[in-house]
Design a protein around this ligand. Structure first.
Ligand code: ADP
Ligand code: GLC
Length: 507
């Protein structure tokens, strides 16, 4: 199939969270299976132009107030050769980056430390969404499916039903994946002028809400197919509790919103080949995990001691990830650190109040190490060396870290929701079967109880812990099977659009 991915993040090229991992891994798997998959994204400042091939002809993208001229630079999505030696090169997807310095020549993807959310993000990502169509035209390459992800590319299906209605894209299916309903791309009504879509059409496409514009709502109402990243989350978002005000729109979709669970990239997250960790290990050399723990304690200046359990967190520092219950004077982290024989290691960046709280927590305690920042290497070191990985998320569309943890023999302690519930098997204390601990109530007490349970089991029954570790390491969340589900859904949607067309709004 011909598939265009439109995204704000991908792989190591631009990453703030799991969206980047997901889009990269799905794209790679599609390419490796012979599909013609290409990617379009902005050229942010940190994506160096010198490393890419430039297109000769600039791209004119009609926006509300003017035509915006963009340059296009292309690169290939790594890795260059097949990770299994002897299998030769693998087909690599082309990544087109859209250069428009007035909007993208900045240090951050959505914002910077001083400006967490750029004030012109509506225009920045509307441009990306519209440029996707213009790029295909310029390439004389009309995809079967345009797959877009989260609010930054949510206007693609809206453009398809409005300004791109009755064009060469009429047989192209728009496919939208919700990675996180908590971020909707909400803007003031005044931003509508920049989008170039008449107000009454924006209204019909679902973008207009009483407070102004809501990009995500537009995609949910306009895309030919909507999916999300786990079955558990697909069910949750039909309820007011998890629907972030859009549950009615989710329920209103006749074809439903289907969950396709993310896989993980086992080439990148493999403890037996991971270049960031020492030593490497696998399920047949689990004793070496203790040495990886020593490396972690050394790296984070913690007392080197195998008897003390290490609890790791690698996370965006956001309320979603459970930091309301973790932080503060009565928060779970202080109580765990002070009441239990544990070390806590945290790598993260995000909301300032959380960063400050964590820094205070670690400054006063020898058994807590906190690194504020985004650091791929440290993320791997924590996954490899920790005994337990803590994810008390308020909601979790899929979550990747718990799956990385399982692969590294690091037992996840998770909230019982979304993708966490779908990918971690709750420990049965009677039989010690299962792959992780569930937090039954999502508050400070509940987190404390779950961690205490884990730490106590480790001290009284190391064998049970090894059994749980090995069960986790044997799990496989491969992209091949999830990709096949995407292909089936792409094909069904594309066939439907080809046969019946889409319900256009304008022009
Ligand atoms: P989300 O996308 O909601 O942040 P996921 O669990 O799906 O959550 O994915 C998070 C991804 O981002 C993982 O690959 C994780 O290792 C990575 N990550 C998050 N914070 C950091 C950080 N501070 N440094 C390095 N990697 C991080
Ligand atoms: C989002 C979600 C996370 C998911 C990721 C990739 O950022 O918060 O749960 O794993 O997208 O789909």
């Amino acid at each position: 199939m011909k598939i265009l991915m439109v995204t704000s993040e991908i792989g190591t090229i631009a990453k703030t969270g799991g969206l980047a991992d997901m889009v990269a891994a799905l794209t790679r798997t599609l390419a490796a299976n012979g599909h013609d998959v290409r990617v379009v994204m902005p050229r942010y400042r940190f994506i160096r132009r010198e490393t890419m091939a430039g297109h000769e002809t600039p791209l004119g993208v009609p926006m509300g107030t003017s035509e915006r001229w963009c340059a296009v630079y292309e690169t290939k999505l790594g890795p260059e050769t097949h990770p299994s030696p002897g299998l030769g090169p693998i087909p690599r997807a082309t990544v087109y980056t859209i250069e428009h310095d007035a909007l993208y020549d900045r240090d951050g993807v959505y914002g910077t430390r001083s400006v967490p959310f750029f004030e012109d993000n509506a225009l920045r990502f509307a441009l990306l969404s519209r440029a996707a169509f213009q790029l295909c035209r310029a390439l004389h390459w009309i995809p079967d499916v345009i797959h877009c992800h989260d609010w930054p590319t949510a206007l693609v299906p809206v453009y398809a039903r409005t300004l791109e209605n009755r064009t060469e894209f009429d047989s192209t299916a728009t496919f939208f994946t919700i990675h996180n309903l908590g971020y909707q791309g909400q803007f003031s009504a005044a931003d509508a002028i920049e989008l170039g879509i008449p107000a009454h059409d924006l209204e019909k496409a679902g973008v207009i809400v009483p407070t102004g514009l809501n990009f995500l709502r537009g995609a949910i109402k306009s895309a030919d197919c909507v999916t999300t990243v786990s079955e558990g989350y697909a069910a949750e978002i039909t309820t007011p509790e998890f629907g972030f005000g859009l549950d009615a729109e989710i329920r209103a979709r006749g074809d439903g919103v289907r969950g396709i669970v993310n896989g993980i990239d086992y080439d990148e997250w493999n403890p037996s080949t991971d270049p960031y960790i020492t030593p490497r290990f696998d399920s047949d050399s689990l004793d070496r995990k203790a040495e990886a723990k020593r490396s972690l304690q050394t790296e984070f200046n913690l007392p080197v001691d195998n008897a003390t359990a290490v609890v790791g967190i690698v996370s965006r520092l956001a309320v979603q990830k459970g930091f309301t219950a973790l932080c503060g004077p009565n928060g779970a982290l202080r109580r765990i650190a002070d009441e239990m024989p544990v070390q806590i290691v945290i790598v993260g960046t995000g909301e300032e109040w959380i960063e400050r709280d964590l820094e205070q927590l670690s400054a006063a305690r020898a058994n807590v190490a906190v690194t504020i920042g985004f650091d791929e290497r440290l993320a791997h070191i924590v996954e490899a060396g920790a005994d337990f990985f803590l994810m008390p998320s308020q909601y979790e569309p899929c979550g990747l870290n718990q799956m990385y943890s399982l692969r590294y023999g690091t037992i996840p302690i998770v909230a019982p929701n979304g993708g966490l519930k779908d990918t971690v098997k709750q420990l049965d204390p009677a039989t010690t079967t299962g792959t992780g601990f569930f937090i039954t109530t999502l508050d400070s007490d509940g987190i404390l109880d779950a961690v205490r349970h884990a730490v106590e089991l480790r001290s009284v029954s190391p064998d049970a812990i090894d059994k749980i570790r090995l069960a986790g390491m044997a799990e496989r969340f491969t992209w091949q099977s999830s990709m096949e589900k995407y292909i089936a859904a792409y094909e069904a949607t594309a066939a439907r659009v080809r046969a019946a067309g889409r319900d256009g709004i304008s022009p």
